[in-house]
Design a binder for this molecule. Structure first.
Ligand SMILES: C=C(O[C@@H]1C=C(C(=O)O)C=C[C@H]1O)C(=O)O
Length: 106
C-alpha cells in the first residue's frame, strides 16, 4: 500500500471539527442540525477547492517533465473510491476530476 492509498483508506476525524461522530445522538432540532450541515458544507467546499488546486499542480508538474496531463489508471482509482456512494458517487468523482482538469489545452 502506498501513501495515497493509506490516506484515502482512513476516514477523516470529524471530532476535531467539533462534529459529533454519531448522528443518532444529535437532538431532533432542525436549527441545530442545519448548523452542522453548514459546518460540513464549509469543510467540503474548502476541501474541494484545495483538491482542485492540488490536482492542477500535479498536472502542471507532470507536464513540465514531458508527462501526460491526465493519468487514466489513477482516475479509475478515484472513481472506485467514491463507488461506495453508488451512481451519485460516480458522478461526484467525475465532477472532482473535471474541476482538477480545468480547461483542457491550457
Ligand atoms: C492529480 C493527478 O493528475 C490527474 C488528476 C487526477 C485527480 O484529480 O484525481 C487524477 C489523475 C490525473 O488524471 C494524479 O495523477 O494524481
Amino acid at each position: 500500500m502506498n501513501a495515497s492509498d493509506d490516506a484515502a483508506g482512513s476516514p477523516i476525524d470529524l471530532s476535531s471539527y467539533g462534529l459529533s461522530s454519531d448522528v443518532d445522538d444529535l437532538p431532533d432540532e432542525i436549527d441545530e442540525l442545519r448548523l452542522e450541515i453548514d459546518r460540513l458544507d464549509a469543510i467540503i467546499l474548502g476541501a474541494i477547492k484545495r483538491r482542485t488546486a492540488i490536482s492542477k499542480k500535479v498536472g502542471r508538474t507532470r507536464m513540465a517533465s514531458g508527462g501526460p496531463r491526465l493519468v487514466h489508471s489513477r482516475e479509475m482509482k478515484v472513481l472506485q473510491r467514491f463507488s461506495e456512494l453508488g451512481q451519485e458517487g460516480h458522478t461526484l468523482a467525475m465532477m472532482l476530476l473535471r474541476l482538477g482538469r480545468g480547461p483542457l489545452g491550457r
